[in-house]
Design a protein. Structure first.
Length: 188
């Protein structure tokens, strides 16, 4: 992503990271901070320096991910449908949840377990926003977990935008409203 930004000589870029993409935009911002106008974290991981995405999961989920990783033939993770249904598309009808699940492919496991050096990110002076979809169960809500305020509070000064929605199906069922909320999060 940083290579694309520099090769196209892009400036005033608004990077939006969703879920795992939060850790991605943290690293991209380190590489091309002078080209970034704002970072928007959409129910996204905001990792601490030295953490991996799996470090932010409850211990039973970490163990389940490790078991899924070990049982795969190609070091990927594919969630079983019941877990996917209740956590990623909890607002969707059963038929829409099945339709979305049928389009999902296994995710490479290694990036989820990789510990990131984010010292530079936490020294950057780049404007940040957190767009919080309030019914998202991909991370457990409550003490020590969750998207907001657990992840969002790590951003220091940031703009908070809230909206009704879950982790995946909201983008399918109400893309115009989601786009409006992303605009609100990214505006000057």
């Amino acid at each position: 992503m940083s290579d694309f930004i520099t090769s196209k000589n892009l400036r005033k870029v608004i990077l939006v990271g969703h879920s795992f993409g939060g850790s991605l935009i943290q690293k991209v911002a380190e590489l091309v901070s002078d080209r970034i106008k704002r970072l928007v974290f959409l129910n996204a991981f905001v990792l601490k320096d030295g953490q991996s995405v799996t470090d932010e999961l409850p211990p039973p989920t970490q163990q389940a991910f490790q078991q899924l990783r070990e049982s795969s033939k190609d070091d990927t993770i594919m969630l079983p449908f019941p877990l996917f249904r209740e956590t990623f598309v909890n607002l969707a009808s059963l038929s829409l949840a099945q339709q979305i699940y049928n389009q999902v492919t296994p995710e490479p496991a290694k990036p989820l377990f990789e510990k990131l050096d984010l010292k530079k990110f936490y020294g950057l002076n780049v404007p940040k926003s957190y767009l919080y979809l309030t019914e998202d169960n991909a991370l457990p809500q409550g003490e020590g977990f969750g998207w907001h305020p657990h992840m969002s509070s790590r951003l220091g000064l940031f703009r908070l935008i809230k909206a009704h929605g879950d982790h995946i199906s909201t983008a399918k069922t109400d893309p115009k409203r989601l786009a409006q909320k992303i605009y609100e999060a990214s505006r000057d």
